[in-house]
Ligand binder design. Structure first.
Ligand code: FE2
Ligand code: FE2
Length: 296
């Protein structure tokens, strides 16, 4: 089902609350359970390989994506990986968890006008890079597994996915005027709120864990995020900046916010040499994502 922004018809702006209600009544709303279910499975340390494979087996698109990656050029398997249990052994438990989550988030992108829309394809590639970049920063700087960072990065532009499907006039403006400027300013002017507000409100309505809603809501303004969990928001900010440097096809804030970036670097105690290494690593990871068939 396609929706247009009420403002286009009535001259009145749809409130953020009305927008969230409309999303929840739509096909996207029906994906909520799947996303929440996979999130709790991925972030529960007690989850077993058995539970994960049970979940995957009951979900054909998920199943086929995992087998596709297991048989991709990157893993260069000599034999055909045909079963999920086998794929978990071959790829590793954590990789399969990441893939499962990515597939569920990918389905949010496919809803509505889907990936035929060029800008959504770029947005997906950007989100994958920020997910991997956030994990790299977390692992290298804090010696943590980085699972939370991956999730936060993957979902940080959730508001834009919603906007692309429900607030089409913003994207129409974007296309017609070949807008290359700051998306948040454009959104604020047209809608009265922006993709950070939309994503944050939806994450709250869907009862995502706080670390995810904060990373979505404050991904352009980490300095405003609650202190608890700010480190993760700052991590996503750094990864977002690195990702837009190496993948220029998507950038919703072309003028880099140097002051915020420097503050994040300082707060997270990341040295500039470390940043160079992270950027190189992310570039390599980008290649790997392509080989695994995870970049479009
Ligand atoms: Fe953004
Ligand atoms: Fe971003």
């Amino acid at each position: 089902m396609q929706h247009t922004h009420n403002g286009a018809d009535t001259g009145q702006k749809m409130s953020l609350q009305d927008l969230i209600e409309q999303v929840n009544k739509s096909d996207i709303g029906s994906l909520r359970q799947n996303v929440v279910r996979i999130l709790s499975l991925v972030h529960n340390p007690a989850t077993s390989a058995h539970e994960l494979s049970d979940l995957i087996q009951t979900d054909p698109p998920l199943c086929s994506r995992i087998l596709r990656v297991a048989n991709s050029a990157f893993y260069g398997s000599q034999r055909h990986v045909g079963a999920i249990r086998q794929a978990i052994i071959w790829l590793g438990f954590n990789t399969v968890k990441e893939l499962a989550l990515s597939q569920k988030v990918f389905e949010l992108f496919q809803n509505g006008n889907g990936l035929a829309d060029f800008s959504l394809k770029n947005l997906w590639n950007h989100s994958m890079l920020v997910a991997v970049g956030s994990k790299l920063v977390y692992r290298r700087e804090f010696v943590l597994s980085g699972e939370e960072a991956f999730t936060a990065g993957l979902l940080h532009e959730l508001g834009l996915i919603i906007e692309a499907q429900f607030c089409k006039e913003v994207f129409a403006y974007d296309l017609i005027h070949q807008h290359k400027g700051n998306m948040r300013q454009l959104e604020d002017a047209i809608l009265g709120y922006n993709h950070c507000d939309i994503g944050g409100a939806l994450a709250k309505a869907w009862e995502f864990p706080d670390f995810i809603s904060s990373s979505i809501k404050y991904h352009h303004t980490p300095e405003l995020s609650p202190e608890r969990g700010r480190r993760l928001v700052q991590t996503v900010f750094i990864a977002d900046t690195l990702a837009t440097r190496i993948y220029k096809e998507f950038n919703d804030e072309p003028a880099e916010n140097k002051a915020t970036f420097d503050a994040c670097m300082r707060d997270l105690s990341i040295e500039s040499e470390a940043l160079d290494l992270l950027a190189k690593e992310l570039e390599k990871e980008r290649q790997i994502l392509v080989e695994k068939g995870l970049m479009l």
